[in-house]
Design a protein around this ligand. Structure first.
Ligand SMILES: Cc1cc2nc3c(=O)[nH]c(=O)nc-3n(C[C@H](O)[C@H](O)[C@H](O)COP(=O)(O)OP(=O)(O)OC[C@H]3O[C@@H](n4cnc5c(N)ncnc54)[C@H](O)[C@@H]3O)c2cc1C
Length: 304
């Protein structure tokens, strides 16, 4: 099937893009077209107007700010995968990017498209929830900042209004000094090109990486595809904080993640299996983060 007819617009600035959204009630934004094209070809979306962001150059950047890194909405997965700044300050993001599909999807797909699509299986949604990111959202009328945890409302349903676009995500870096932080993005998927069954996005900051038993000061855990929105598991984070990471703590993490997960059945994985993977990958990803923060070796790669 071919997409239903639409009028195509090619703005060159954010202001032009938001004016077009204000003018045309039934407009859809076009970013990397790795998801929208499929949806439109199947006529699951039939917008009358398409606003192409590919010529809005001001939306493509990775930049350091005061105690934060900002990533523009039109930044491609490939750029995130290869960013030296992100590798140093927020390595969870390049690790999440490099596992998305194959090179053709990563060369075109964007951060804004992934967050705009809001698939709970998406890599960035879970990573940004784990990292306490804030989204910059703009319309022709106003600009607002939304904590990413408030943005994902229900299954593929978000806080974004029809006349708004995501301009950037800002991620605080002060909780994560590189010399005593470890991060990981770990996913299970049936084949390299497909979406993951379940993923875990984790970060761990320790007090002293050279101590005999470094104590975890702060831990983060979010799961992808384990619920109808990206799932932050605060109960598991509390289990980890305030002591060195031990096998007992990791068992408690797996229990909390398992209890929090509430996924749907899918063709290749029923909910029972996804819950089991959620617990195992939460445990495994936190162990990897701790190892990276401390140069220890607690990571256990037994298959679930
Ligand atoms: C074979 C395949 C495998 C994939 N595997 C994975 C995977 O494992 N993990 C993963 O995370 N993703 C995966 N993806 C999805 C990929 O990451 C896409 O790039 C992403 O979902 C959509 O990004 P896009 O830039 O192509 O957006 P588009 O397809 O252009 O747009 C997607 C939606 O976002 C909206 N949108 C775009 N930009 C904005 C903006 N700035 N503000 C608000 N809304 C906006 C659009 O209107 C549209 O509704 C896969 C895709 C394919 C084709």
């Amino acid at each position: 099937m071919k997409p239903a007819p639409f009028e195509y617009h090619r703005p060159t600035t954010v202001a032009e893009a938001t004016d077009l959204l204000a003018e045309h009630g039934d407009a859809e934004l076009l970013a990397g077209n790795q998801s929208l094209g499929i949806v439109m070809a199947n006529r699951l979306a039939t917008p009358d107007h398409l606003v192409d962001l590919n010529t809005v150059e001001e939306l493509a950047y990775v930049e350091e700010r005061d105690d934060a890194v900002a990533i523009g909405a039109m930044t491609r997965h490939r750029t995130i995968e290869r960013s030296g700044l992100l590798a140093e300050r927020l390595p969870m993001l390049p690790e999440a990017a490099e596992q998305i599909a194959g090179p053709s999807v990563r060369n075109r797909g964007t951060l804004g498209g992934s967050v705009g699509e809001a698939d709970p299986a998406g890599n960035y949604p879970a990573a940004l929830v784990a990292l306490d990111a804030t989204l910059e959202i703009v319309s022709a009328e106003e600009e607002r900042e939304v904590p990413v945890s408030d943005y994902f409302v229900a299954y593929m349903f978000t806080d974004l209004a029809e006349d708004e676009l995501i301009r950037a995500a800002e991620i605080p870096t002060d909780p994560f000094p590189p010399d005593r932080t470890g991060m990981a993005f770990l996913e299970l998927k049936p084949t390299a090109q497909t979406w993951p069954t379940v993923s875990a996005a984790t970060a761990v900051r320790v007090d002293d990486p050279d101590a005999d038993e470094p104590v975890v000061e702060e831990a983060r855990l979010a799961l992808a595809n384990a619920a109808d929105v990206p799932l932050r598991v605060g109960e598991a984070e509390t289990e980890v904080e305030g002591e060195p990471l031990s096998e007992g703590v990791l068992e408690a993490v797996a229990e909390k993640a398992t209890a929090a997960a509430d996924p749907e059945d899918e063709m290749h994985a029923d909910s029972e299996f996804k819950i089991e993977v959620a617990g195992e990958y939460a445990r495994r990803s936190l162990a990897k983060s701790y190892d990276r923060a401390t140069n220890a070796t607690t990571d256990d790669t037994t298959e679930p």
